[in-house]
Design a protein. Structure first.
Length: 151
């Protein structure tokens, strides 16, 4: 499960690689979905599902939660795109320590927001399918931006 999740994470992160900020923010749809939004959304989803819901952590350090598009990271070296990818990768480390550090896949979330309560297995499978789905979205958007295809 970890290997599949990591493969999809890397696929999504790879889709933003080489894009400048304008291209990363470009959206072909009215909802505003962009490659940058997809990366920050998935980092936030992993924090919400694993660290907050499953592990019951109240607060997650700010440096581990990607800021909304257009926030202060624009001034940071590498700009918004690099900061978003770095934040996403930092989230992976923290999430992996909790999710793959010895917890039982049958353990239920400490802060269940769903009814019925869901297990770590459910959470990880949900993240796997959501990451794969959004990596596919990013693949299509990237192809529209510059014709780039492939993983």
């Amino acid at each position: 499960m970890h290997a599949l999740l990591q493969y999809q994470r890397e696929s999504l992160a790879g889709k933003i690689s080489g894009l400048d900020e304008a291209a990363a923010r470009w959206s072909p749809v009215e909802t505003g979905t962009s490659v940058l939004w997809l990366v920050t959304h998935m980092a936030e989803a992993e924090v919400r599902w694993v660290l907050q819901r499953f592990a019951g952590q109240e607060e997650v350090p700010a440096e581990e939660v990607p800021a909304e598009e257009g926030a202060a990271e624009e001034a940071a070296p590498g700009g918004v795109v690099a900061c978003a990818v770095d934040a996403y990768r930092r989230v992976w480390q923290r999430v992996d320590a909790v999710a793959f550090g010895g917890a039982s896949l049958d353990e239920l979330c400490r802060r269940p927001d769903a009814n019925p309560a869901v297990s770590l297995r459910w959470v990880l499978m949900h993240l796997l399918e959501e990451t794969a789905r959004h990596a596919g979205h990013a693949d299509i958007i990237r192809e529209l931006i510059d014709g780039s295809t492939g993983r």
